[in-house]
Ligand binder design. Structure first.
Ligand code: ADP
Length: 215
């Protein structure tokens, strides 16, 4: 089990020069955001955080990749709850309990299959996966949300394109949130990007500075 306190924010990756200022800077530097984003390499099922996201399929009844790992670790009761949900459309998200996992809840989101027809629709659907997951976390007052790299495994979405989408949606979520300052609205403490492979980790390391530049 990996405790929340052991998942370090990206501010520390700048301090240790793992992250370096990027050539392209798409957003302004904001020191508070560097404490609210993490990059973690490893097994998402081990994280003791308020919510983890599952890259599910439309049936919500389990599958391969991270979905298989989550169902295997959470146990049969997760499958039983998922059976009551009547599936989920591409680009949408549904929340369940986490059963035998150390996290509190699981947010199941259905990413697009990359071989599906139009590029525009795929971008819109992957964007909507991240957005609807963030919305569910906020609505349920979950302080942390850990995302795997949705659609980039079996579903074949190119990792660079998908990572731009993931980082852009999360940065825009934080931007929109700062417009509600003082409203008492619930705010996430941390968004954790979880990568499995070294290749995916290096893509995130090269793109994070474009969306969350150092101050
Ligand atoms: P999709 O069907 O949406 O493409 P996959 O599960 O095939 O989903 O892949 C999504 C990403 O999750 C891939 O980068 C894969 O390497 C990664 N992954 C697989 N198992 C785990 C795990 N236990 N924890 C975190 N990430 C994982």
């Amino acid at each position: 089990i990996i405790k929340y306190s052991d998942i370090r924010p990206i501010s520390e990756l700048y301090t240790s020069s793992v992250l370096k200022p990027g050539k392209t800077q798409r957003f302004k530097g904001d020191s508070t955001l560097l404490e609210r984003v993490s990059l973690f390499q490893g097994d998402i099922t081990k994280l003791q955080v308020d919510s983890i996201v599952n890259a599910a399929n439309k049936s919500l009844l389990g599958g391969g990749g991270v979905d298989g790992a989550i169902h295997a670790a959470a146990g049969r009761k997760l499958l039983a709850e998922c059976r009551t949900l009547n599936g989920c459309d591409t680009g949408f998200s549904k929340i369940t309990g986490a059963y035998n996992l150390p996290s509190k809840r699981i947010i199941h989101t259905v990413g697009p299959v990359y071989s599906s027809p139009s590029v525009d629709i795929k971008v819109q659907q992957l964007t909507s996966c991240y957005q609807s997951s963030l919305d569910l976390a906020v609505k349920n007052e979950l302080r942390h949300i850990a995302f795997p790299s949705i659609s980039t495994g079996i579903y074949g979405y190119p990792i660079e394109d998908a990572t731009h989408i993931a980082l852009n949606v999360v940065r825009k979520h934080f931007e929109a949130e700062s417009g509600t300052e003082g409203s008492g609205a619930f705010k996430l403490d941390r968004v954790i990007f979880v990568v499995w492979s070294d290749k995916d980790k290096s893509v995130y390391e090269s793109l994070i500075p474009e969306y969350f530049p150092p101050v």
